[in-house]
Design a protein around this ligand. Structure first.
Ligand code: PLP
Length: 401
C-alpha cells in the first residue's frame, strides 16, 4: 500500500536550532507527573509567586474598558513612557520614548534585536555559561556564536580583556547577561562598563540582557543603561516576567538607539504586531506604581537562595558558588564523574540530570544546555518545603553515586 505520509522538508534555518533545553526538561517532568509520579521540579525558570493583585486588576479593568484593539506594533506611548521612566528612576538612564519598544517577552525583544543586527557570518561573543537561547537565536539568523569561557573559581567573572581577546574583524555583537541565568553570577559594574566602552571603541554592538536586574542580592544593582558615554552601542533587554512574576503575560522590552528600535518595530509590525493590549495596561500599572512587591519578592528569594545553597553544600562531593542574583543555584557535580573517580557510572551533567529525574524524581537542567558539562541548574523559585524535599532526594541519590 502506498504511504500516505507527507515528506516534510524544513528550512536549513530551522534545522540549525534546537528546542529550548529548559522547556524540554519541563516537558519530561510533566510526562512523569501525568503518569502519577511525585516530581520535585527545580527545572522551571519562573517565579513561584503570583502576579501582584494591582497588576491583575489593571488587566481586568482594561478588559472592562474594551482596551482590546490593535495598538502601535511597538507598544502604546503610555507603556513606552512608563518603561523609560521606571528605568530612569531606578538607574539614572536617559532614554526617550523612541528609544524603547515593548515586545512579547524579553525573549522576543532579544530575538528581534539579534535579527536586525546580525548578518550571515557575523560573530557574536557569548560568555559561558550562557542562557540557552542566545546561541540558537544567533544561529537562526546565520550568525556564528563565539563562546568565551569563564572560570567558576573566579565567580564566572568576565573582563574586558577576555572579551577583547575574542574580538575579530567579524565580531558584530557581544551579549552580556547579569544577573546570569544559569549561574546567578552578577558582573561587577566596572567590568560591565569597561566592556561597553570597548564595544563602543571597536564599533561593536552590545546587548545587555538585564531580565533579572531587579533580582540582584549584592546590594549593587546596576544597569549598563546608566553608562551614558557608551549608550550609542548598547541595547538593554528587560522583562516584566521575573520582576513582577508575570512569565505567562509575555511583556518585555528593549532600550537602545532609536534606529535599532525602529528596525525592531518594523520587524514586529510584520510578525507579531503589538504585545497584547490588556497586558500593556497591566505593564503600565506594574512599572508605574509602588515597587514594594518587587522588594518583597526579592527578600523571599534571598532566604530561599541561602537555604538551597547551604543544603547543596552539605551534600558531600557537591560544590556551589553563592549566586549574587536571579533564582538559580549552579552546583558543580563533576566529582561524581567516572573520569574523576566516581563509582556511579556517570560522566556528564546530562547523565546526572536524567538519572536524577528517573531515579530520584528531581528535575534539574543539565549544564550542557548552558555550555558546561560540570553543573546542573537548580531553580529555587519554589517553597522552602519543596526545596527540602528535593535536597533530601538529591543527597540520597548522590550518596549512591
Ligand atoms: C537570561 C534570560 N533572558 C531572557 C529571558 C526571557 O524571558 P521572557 O521572555 O519571559 O521575558 C529569560 C527567561 O528565562 C532569561 O532567563
Amino acid at each position: 500500500m502506498a504511504s500516505t505520509a507527507t515528506e516534510v522538508t524544513l528550512t536549513e534555518r530551522i534545522n540549525r536550532i534546537e528546542v529550548s533545553a529548559t522547556m524540554a526538561v519541563s516537558a519530561d517532568a510533566d510526562r512523569l507527573r501525568s503518569a502519577g509520579v511525585d516530581v520535585v521540579d527545580f527545572g522551571a525558570g519562573e517565579p513561584h509567586y503570583a502576579t501582584p493583585q494591582h497588576i491583575k486588576d489593571a488587566a481586568i479593568a482594561a478588559i472592562h474598558n474594551n482596551f482590546s484593539k490593535y495598538t502601535a506594533a511597538g507598544g502604546t506611548a503610555e507603556l513606552r513612557d512608563a518603561i523609560v521612566t521606571r528605568h530612569a528612576d531606578d538607574f539614572a538612564s536617559e532614554y526617550k520614548r523612541e528609544e524603547t519598544i515593548a515586545c512579547v517577552g524579553g525573549k522576543h525583544a532579544l530575538f528581534n534585536a539579534i535579527s536586525v543586527l546580525v548578518e550571515h557570518g557575523d560573530e557574536v561573543i557569548i560568555p559561558v555559561p550562557y542562557w540557552v537561547s542566545f546561541k540558537d537565536m544567533v544561529r537562526y539568523v546565520g550568525g556564528v556564536p563565539v563562546m568565551v569561557q569563564t572560570d567558576e573559581l573566579q565567580g564566572f567573572r568576565l573582563t574586558a580583556a577576555m572579551v577583547e581577546a575574542a574580538i575579530t574583524p567579524k565580531t558584530k555583537l557581544i551579549i552580556l547577561n547579569s544577573p546570569s541565568n544559569p549561574s546567578g553570577a552578577v558582573m561587577n559594574p566596572e567590568d560591565m562598563t569597561a566592556i561597553a566602552r570597548l564595544a563602543k571603541e571597536r564599533r561593536i554592538w552590545l546587548i545587555s540582557d538585564e531580565c533579572y536586574v531587579y533580582l540582584n542580592y549584592t546590594g549593587k544593582t546596576f544597569s549598563l543603561g546608566s553608562v551614558l558615554d557608551a549608550k550609542e552601542r548598547v541595547l538593554i533587554a528587560g522583562s516584566l516576567s521575573k520582576t513582577y512574576a508575570m512569565t505567562g503575560w509575555r511583556l518585555g522590552f528593549m532600550l537602545g538607539p532609536a534606529k535599532v528600535i525602529s528596525a525592531m518595530a518594523k520587524l514586529q509590525s510584520q510578525s507579531t504586531s503589538n504585545p497584547t493590549s490588556i497586558v500593556q495596561k497591566a505593564a503600565v500599572a506594574a512599572l508605574g506604581s509602588s515597587q514594594d512587591c518587587v522588594a518583597e519578592m526579592r527578600v523571599g528569594y534571598v532566604t530561599l537562595r541561602d537555604h538551597v545553597v547551604a543544603g547543596l553544600r552539605s551534600i558531600p562531593g557537591v560544590t556551589c558558588n553563592m549566586p549574587g542574583g536571579a533564582f538559580y543555584a549552579f552546583p558543580n557535580i563533576s566529582s561524581f564523574f567516572t573520569q574523576n573517580g566516581g563509582k556511579g557510572g556517570v560522566s556528564s551533567a546530562s547523565e546526572v540530570a536524567s538519572r536524577l529525574l528517573r531515579e530520584a524524581h528531581v528535575a534539574v537542567v543539565p549544564g550542557e544546555a548552558f555550555g558546561t558539562e560540570q553543573h546542573v541548574r537548580i531553580s529555587y523559585a519554589t517553597s522552602k518545603a519543596e526545596i527540602d524535599r528535593g535536597l533530601k532526594r538529591m543527597a540520597e541519590f548522590f550518596q549512591k553515586l
